[in-house]
Design a binder for this molecule. Structure first.
Ligand code: AMP
Length: 229
């Protein structure tokens, strides 16, 4: 076969591959799975509104599942044609209301928050999961992480007490096997409170991994408050 023949063969193979074989190439490096302590969200100056279904349980709520790059930047709003479609997650709604509660004002059911998360972050993971799989993956990760139980087992309770950053980090590491990123915010009295926990997840959205990079903003001091809710 001459050079032209080879080139033609390779071209045909590439065309076949791109049309018929699933593409495993993801366009991001890992996920941040981010959960939030509602007490810290609500204690800030800007306050919060409970969802229409009532005050959420005193538990971590999901904030999002965010595709990220190893360089620490991230893609966002990747597919303007892929709109949030509530009919695709009908079967997940009761679990979403419990585990992914909205706290923004005015009080609402949560669709606005979930729409934002899908359109900003979820659409950047469409190479590995569709809308139903995206929300389901986050719900499963929350169960798997079992963070509140892990912390209370280590006698770290949401009781307005102040705890060592190192102790919180270690308890979570002992529980899930990997070091989390912790983010703090300030309440109205300017106390630093545990606000969000970042756990890194592989591109399948199922396995916890060591974080390639930890989140930069909202660093916690060596002692921080675990607010009541
Ligand atoms: P993101 O753009 O995914 O980084 O999320 C930030 C946006 O989500 C901001 O507009 C926040 O006010 C909003 N947000 C964060 N937590 C909640 C929550 N529990 N309920 C409603 N909105 C939230």
């Amino acid at each position: 076969m001459g050079a032209k023949g080879w080139a033609g063969g390779i071209l045909k193979f590439l065309m076949f591959q791109s049309v018929y074989l699933p593409q495993s190439q993801e366009d991001f490096d890992f996920f941040y799975f981010v959960v939030q302590w509602p007490g810290a969200y609500c204690d800030t100056k800007s306050s919060c509104c409970y969802p229409t279904s009532g005050k959420p349980a005193a538990d971590f709520g999901i904030h999002g599942l965010w595709p990220n790059y190893n360089s620490s930047s991230w893609p966002s709003n990747c597919d303007p044609d892929s709109k949030f479609d509530r009919s695709q997650i009908e079967d997940l709604l009761s679990s979403m209301k419990k585990n992914w509660p909205t706290l923004s004002c005015p009080s609402n059911e949560g669709f606005k928050f979930w729409k934002h998360e899908w359109e900003k972050h979820g659409t950047c993971a469409e190479s590995v999961m569709d809308q139903h799989e995206y929300f389901e993956a986050a719900l499963k990760l929350k169960d798997k992480a079992n963070l509140l139980q892990t912390l209370t087992n280590a006698e770290i309770n949401p009781d307005d007490g102040f705890y060592d950053l190192k102790k919180i980090t270690k308890a979570i590491k002992d529980g899930i096997g990997f070091t989390p990123g912790l983010q703090c915010n300030k309440d109205r009295e300017r106390n630093d409170q545990l606000y969000q926990i970042y756990i890194c997840v592989d591109t399948s959205g199922t396995e916890f991994i060591e974080c390639p990079v930890l989140p930069k903003g909202g660093k916690c001091p060596s002692k921080l408050q675990f607010a009541k809710f």
